[in-house]
Design a protein around this ligand. Structure first.
Ligand code: SF4
Length: 299
């Protein structure tokens, strides 16, 4: 979910005031893994991107699911959730100018059809979980940890459930479809990232990582172990080393894949006949500094 750190209470966290090598969220780590040039345009150049109906739908549905658990358990019904969509959409428009510009004033039909798709996606949630039987321990939780290498990991976890025996389940809602065969590892990378942060901050390895795909009503669950999380830590440090090398060399190569279909930077991408933009020198200097990086923790 698009969420700015400043929206959340994070003053006085353990790593404030500590020099960091750099900072990564799962989405920015995923950007670099997908395409270094996309990472550069999004994180260093901070180029504006057009609002995406899919992304804004995800934000609205997440907002409803977050607010739903404020209600007493017996009121968390499909009808109640559906009735909360308009308020969530109003909240998202108010909060995010890009989302507010998704539909022009004369696009009532397109907007209504899109709102109907929000209802369809939200309804799928009730096929997968019974929110009347759940009491999440945390929702939209900001988490961060500083690795021994001084790499700061941070992000927002959609939901954490804690069983009576203390077992932790980390849950993430996706408004899209579950990944096809061979792409589960990429989806689980984000969850391993969160599991690593929780392990480092709470000293407990989450018993379960769960991705809830509302686009096609599927769940992917995975039980991480210590070896997984140590490997994730090494991968993230290697990723940051690669980002640092690109920062120093100025070489942010495009990496073409089927994910280019969703990229908003094609006009500046040589792989699509676009002209590479010059690096913004000031942005590079800021990127290299300790205050760095990645204040937008989109999921
Ligand atoms: S269009 Fe593809 S290759 Fe080009 S910047 Fe975007 S993701 Fe990278």
């Amino acid at each position: 979910m698009a969420k700015s750190v400043t929206e959340q209470v994070r003053n006085g966290t353990p790593v404030d005031g500590v020099d960091v090598l750099g900072a990564l969220s799962p989405s920015r780590a995923g950007d670099f893994k997908t395409c270094p040039l996309m990472y550069r345009y999004r994180t260093i150049d901070r180029l504006p991107e057009p609002p995406s109906p899919d992304a804004v739908r995800g934000t609205v549905v997440h907002k409803v699911l977050e607010d739903l658990f404020d209600l007493p358990a017996g009121e968390r019904t499909p009808a109640q959730a559906e009735s909360m969509i308009d308020a969530a959409w109003a909240h998202v428009r108010e909060d995010d100018e890009r989302a507010a510009s998704l539909f022009a004033d004369d696009q009532d039909e397109a907007r209504d059809s899109w709102l109907a798709s929000c209802r369809t996606v939200l309804a799928k949630y009730f096929d997968l979980e019974d929110p009347t039987a759940l009491e999440p321990a945390e929702r939209e939780l900001y988490v961060e940890t500083l690795l021994d290498s001084k790499l700061l990991l941070r992000g927002f976890v959609d939901r954490i459930d804690i069983a009576p025996d203390g077992a932790i389940r980390v849950v993430d809602y996706k408004s899209g479809r579950s990944p096809g065969e061979g792409f589960e590892a990429k989806a689980l990378f984000q969850m391993r990232f969160y599991a690593l942060v929780i392990w480092r901050t709470r000293g407990v390895i989450p018993a379960m990582l769960r991705l809830i795909y509302l686009g096609n009503g599927e769940m992917v669950s995975y039980a991480p172990d210590e070896q997984d999380l140590r490997s994730t830590e090494r991968q993230l440090e290697a990723l940051w080393a690669a980002i640092s090398r690109s920062t120093e060399s100025g070489d942010w190569r495009p990496s073409k894949s089927r994910l280019c279909d969703w990229c908003g930077f094609k006009e500046f991408c040589p792989e699509f006949g676009g002209t590479l933009l010059p690096l913004p020198v000031k942005a590079v200097l800021v990127h290299q500094g300790p205050e760095v990086v990645d204040l937008d923790l989109d999921e």
